[in-house]
Design a protein around this ligand. Structure first.
Ligand code: PLP
Length: 395
């Protein structure tokens, strides 16, 4: 089949294109309304007003107070601030030094936990997951100790798309009065994120995952949650995150989030149908292929697989030659040859986990895109297997 003239982008979990309507909303804040939001003259007040309006928009979507929203520079910063900020504040208040998280978190959470353990004497329990990457709320209950100061479980996994029972875990955390953080970076714009329904105290988002700009994120922090600022300086963000605000980025984030939720139902329905077509097609046409993640409790856009006997990286190179952008897992771990910690935690053997492929759909994808992938992928897998010393047919 002819290579299509356009690139077929199937890596929306890594990042998304900025929506032109978002670019338009941001534009004036670089060139005309460029004031510092802390300045008292009109240009500054205009910037402050734009930020206040963006904060109100985000708060409305999360069902919280505007003052509970902190703007950050990305999802990683939001996760870092949530974990370190609560851990240090809690210990300072003599509450203890035990943290509970899952074994499938993004590195922004897991590496922060590891650093808190290694350099700051916190103890961390990494909860196991089942074969679908699901955390069992009863495991959370069992892991809680008198000195537990924070629980952090992601809303939806970035590699395999599994959606966690956040509301149930949140209820358990709140019964024990323990602050609960969720990394909702992959869920933002797709899943409902009412912080009261979810019983969360802290929630991270990142604009570039929902057709907003890179370099801007959100941390929701419920009023009364102990939080030590990690970046000190001016009194920005109610003294919780110093630094002159990225006004254009913040306007872009709020515009993108609102657009995403205004159209979430129709987008999710369309993308879920494409996902199902893709999953069905792959499983029907490729032997020894396995869907990873939960069969139904998964992000609308995530179709992820493992293919026995081959390397995910080789699949990616072959797809790229045909103009298809995909990933073997998370963008952040694709430079490493280690099998994904998520797949290993799900009980997938290391040699199988090496053959992972993540296809994440987005707004601009069509049935033709899916059908093109279904046309070329079986041949790529077959060709790679013919060259693989691991493939039983070659022994
Ligand atoms: N958390 C999750 C679940 C993610 O998927 C990502 C990015 O892939 C991040 C956090 C980090 O977000 P950012 O790229 O904005 O730092």
């Amino acid at each position: 089949m002819e290579r299509p003239a356009k690139v077929i982008y199937l890596d929306h979990a890594a990042t998304t294109a900025v929506d032109p309507r978002v670019v338009e909303a941001m534009q004036p804040y670089w060139t005309e309304r460029y004031g510092n939001a802390s300045s008292i003259y009109s240009l500054g007040r205009e910037a402050a007003q734009a930020m206040a309006s963006a904060r109100a928009t985000v708060a409305d979507i999360l069902h919280c107070e505007p003052k509970e929203i902190i703007f950050t520079s990305c999802g990683s910063e939001s996760d870092n601030l949530a974990l370190r900020g609560v851990a240090f504040a809690q210990r300072h208040r003599g509450k203890g030094h035990h943290i509970i998280t899952s074994s499938i978190e993004h590195h922004a959470v897991s590496h922060t936990c590891e650093q808190l353990e290694k350099y700051f004497d916190f103890e961390v329990t990494y909860l196991p997951v089942d074969r679908y990457a699901m955390v069992d709320p009863d495991e959370v209950r069992r892991a809680i100790r008198d000195d537990t100061v924070l629980i952090s479980v992601m809303t939806a996994n970035n590699e395999v798309g599994t959606i966690q029972p956040i509301a149930e875990i949140g209820r358990i955390a709140h019964e024990r009065g323990i602050p609960f953080h969720t990394d909702a970076v992959q869920a933002g714009g797709a899943l409902p994120l009412d912080v009261n329904d979810l019983h969360v105290d802290l929630l991270s988002l990142s604009a570039h995952k929902f057709y907003g700009p890179k370099g801007v994120g959100v941390l929701y922090v419920r009023k009364g949650t102990p939080l030590l600022s990690m970046q000190t300086g001016g009194a920005h963000e109610r003294k919780r995150r110093a630094g002159t605000e990225n006004v254009a980025g913040i306007v872009g984030l709020a515009t993108a989030l609102k657009l995403a939720y205004d159209h979430a139902a129709e987008n999710n329905a369309r993308i879920t149908a494409l996902r199902e077509r893709l999953i069905r097609g792959v499983l029907e046409s490729i032997p020894d292929a396995q869907l990873t993640g939960h069969p139904t409790q998964r992000l609308p856009n995530n179709a992820s697989f493992v293919f026995k006997y081959i390397e995910g990286e080789s699949i990616l190179i072959n797809l790229d030659l045909l103009g298809i952008c995909a990933s073997s897992g998370s963008a952040c771990s694709s430079a490493s040859l280690e099998p994904s910690h998520v797949l290993l935690a799900m009980g997938i053997p290391a040699e199988v986990a090496h053959g992972s492929l993540r296809l994440t759909l987005g707004r601009e994808n069509t049935e033709e895109d899916v059908d093109y992938v279904l046309q070329v992928l079986p041949g790529i897998v077959k060709k790679l297997r013919m060259m693989s010393p691991l493939y039983p047919g070659n022994k």
